[in-house]
Ligand binder design. Structure first.
Ligand SMILES: Cc1ncc(COP(=O)(O)O)c(C=O)c1O
Length: 398
């Protein structure tokens, strides 16, 4: 079946009183970096904290009365879970969500808060999906796939319609890409504006689209660990794949460092709390500031991040940006040696955050100590200058 922008327009009329028309915020920070206007489409501020409510609502609203009476079932670790749970609640339909055993507590609580029944199964979403399929077979509940269905795609595509209205002269839309429902839906705006470029962004260690596009069909990609759980999908969906193969201009990948730095930039400069997947578009823009023709819109697709994960990501991003320094220094165990090192760091404007003093490691000599220091710096130049100064003074840096 061919999906068109008119299908997205129909979906839009269903979502009128249901979803927020999220703001399109100009970013002075990114516009300066790229020398072209950049705007942020803030789906992190959408109901349930991501765009997922759009597709889930359209899909469930289009079930017939008999299907709806049997309820719906979905598998998800987070955003799709919340989208399906709220959509089902609004439409008076029972929802069962299967979540992986270790799903983050705030996401479990939010899903329960929208009235869904939650079950746990398996270590990841793939195992949870197996259980969701079993539930669908046992109970007749309708399985709501996160991306591989036309109704999901046209629901997510309403983000693109809003962008066209909010910024009629948009030239490039940069979109985080997982299974492909969001990017495929948004790319339908090209029916009206074929001149707009749509760029999909995946996490470099979990990117199934580049290989699938090269093969001309969805194939499984290798999945390494990534902080961007929302866009780590092992195999594209057939429905979105066909649209993406035809409509997307480019799929790019970004590193973990780029995503964590983008997330910190969004927090510090744009005052936006975004999850790693939601920051992937900004990471791609920061990686190649000259690559995209403006005005550019970067879709901030979600803002659901566990405070503990946020701590880790911020630490990772600050390290990647050279604003954290980890030093391991060996010296002979004489009174005052540690104080001299710390005084040297203080004299160089380094703020020490943590010190671990080890005298017992196997590899240490009898009167030797190793000190591990974590410190905040003013940036990579400052960090490098201090390392150089310590080496010049004869410190044995590891
Ligand atoms: C925050 C966020 N961004 C992007 C995506 C990718 O969406 P899709 O699978 O439709 O490509 C997801 C999917 O869960 C997500 O949660």
């Amino acid at each position: 079946m061919t999906v068109r922008l008119t299908d997205v327009e129909q979906a839009r009329s269903m979502l009128d009183q249901v979803v927020e028309e999220t703001p399109l915020a100009h970013s002075r920070w990114l516009s300066t970096k790229t020398s072209t206007p950049v705007f942020l489409k803030c789906e992190n501020l959408q109901r349930t904290g991501s765009f997922k409510i759009r597709g889930a609502y359209v899909r469930i609203a289009r079930l017939n009365a008999a299907e709806r009476s049997r309820g719906v079932v979905a598998a998800s670790a987070g955003n799709h879970a919340q989208g399906v749970a709220l959509a089902a609640q609004l439409l008076g339909c029972r929802a069962t969500i299967v979540m992986p055993d270790g799903a983050a507590l705030p996401k479990v609580q939010a899903t329960l808060g929208y009235g869904a029944h939650v079950e746990f199964a398996g270590a990841g979403v793939t195992e949870a999906l197996v259980r969701a399929q079993e539930i669908a077979e046992e109970t007749g509940a309708v399985l709501i796939h996160p991306f591989d269905h036309t109704d999901i795609l046209v629901g997510q595509g309403t983000v693109g319609l809003e962008i066209l209205e909010q910024l009629p002269d948009v030239c490039t839309v940069v979109v985080p890409l997982g299974g492909g429902g969001l990017a495929a839906g948004i790319s339908l705006l090209r029916d009206r504006r074929p001149d707009v470029r749509v760029v999909g962004v995946q996490a470099e260690d979990a990117a199934a689209y580049p290989g699938s596009l090269a093969e001309g069909r969805p194939v499984r990609g290798t999945m390494g660990p990534t902080m961007a759980d929302g866009i780590a999908v092992a195999q594209p969906g057939l429905v979105p794949f066909e649209v993406i193969a035809e409509q997307l201009d480019e799929v790019v990948t970004v590193s973990e460092e780029s995503m964590s730095q983008a997330l910190i930039g969004l927090l510090e400069r744009a005052k936006m709390l975004v999850e790693p997947s939601g920051a992937a578009g900004v990471a791609a823009i920061l990686d190649r500031p000259d690559a995209f023709r403006g005005p550019i819109v970067s879709v901030l697709s979600g803002g659901n991040i566990d405070a503990l994960v946020l701590l880790d990501v911020i630490r990772h991003g600050l390290s990647a940006a050279g604003r954290f320094m980890h030093l391991r220094v060996r010296f002979s165990d004489r009174p005052g040696s540690l104080m001299s090192l710390l005084s040297e760091l203080a004299a160089n404007g380094i703020n020490v955050l943590d010190v671990a003093h080890d005298r017992s490691a196997d590899s240490l000599g009898v009167r030797e100590v190793e000190v591990a220091i974590e410190a905040a710096t003013r940036g990579p130049d400052h960090r490098d200058a201090v390392r150089e100064r310590l080496t010049g003074l004869g410190y044995d840096l590891r």
